[in-house]
Design a protein around this ligand. Structure first.
Ligand SMILES: CC(C)(COP(=O)(O)OP(=O)(O)OC[C@H]1O[C@@H](n2cnc3c(N)ncnc32)[C@H](O)[C@@H]1OP(=O)(O)O)[C@@H](O)C(=O)NCCC(=O)NCCS
Length: 188
């Protein structure tokens, strides 16, 4: 545990670190016998909330989830652990990094199934965004994660600006030309 839990409005990463471990039972599986991605997403949202609310000292909502790539399937009977820590804080938002691993209980092999970043926003008692405490960075890894999260935020902001500028050409014939080579049939 950190020796610096709270310094004048700042909290350490360790203060809010959270882990959820859950056994993958048969009702979590899909038709292929593997665990539903939605089950893992729900667990990730839960651990993100625990970590964010602990750091914020307030109720938090999920604002955005940054890429969830399922690297390997999770099997029924495995023990999934989700480890969450605050990577970055803004003004009223913070980014929780989550690493998910799955353990085969019989042979103790462990696989990394995914890593994702949840942006959570703190809410006050009037349901308005509330300022979150700053983050004490105690080692190189925490500094690296903070900088990477800030960079992802910048990239997302410029991506969103580009997406807003996407416009459909006025000329319908030109639109149809743009679809050449795509696997669609324009039927109207
Ligand atoms: C996310 C939400 C709180 C943002 O509220 P808002 O009034 O638009 O807030 P603001 O624009 O003032 O932004 C507040 C903070 O959230 C961040 N934020 C807002 N939308 C975001 C997004 N899509 N991605 C990342 N960060 C976001 C802002 O950058 C800002 O951060 P900062 O204070 O650290 O600089 C609001 O849209 C909301 O309540 N959404 C629904 C959340 C929810 O129900 N989640 C569960 C889904 S099932």
């Amino acid at each position: 545990m950190s020796t610096l839990p709270d310094i004048d409005g700042y909290k350490s990463v360790a203060f809010s670190q959270a882990t959820i471990t859950e056994l993958m039972i048969p009702s979590y599986s899909n038709f292929g016998g593997k665990i539903h991605g939605g089950i893992l997403l729900s667990l990730m949202d839960k651990v993100a909330y625990v970590c964010a609310a602990k750091h914020a000292g307030n109720y938090c909502v999920t604002a955005s989830i940054d890429t969830v790539d399922f690297l390997q399937p999770v099997e029924v009977g495995e023990l999934v652990s989700l480890m969450a820590s605050v990577n970055y804080v803004g003004n009223t938002s913070l980014v929780v990094g989550i690493r998910v691993i799955s353990e085969n209980i019989k042979n103790h092999s462990v696989k990394h199934t995914n890593t994702s970043y949840f942006t959570m926003v703190a809410r006050d008692e009037f349901n308005k965004p509330a300022k979150v405490p700053g983050l004490v960075l105690e080692n190189r890894e925490q500094v690296r994660r903070f900088i990477e999260a800030r960079r992802r935020k910048e990239i997302k902001q410029s991506y969103m600006k580009e997406v807003e500028q996407i416009q459909m050409p006025d000329n319908y014939e030109h639109c149809i030309e743009l679809l050449q080579g795509e696997r669609c049939l324009v039927a109207g």
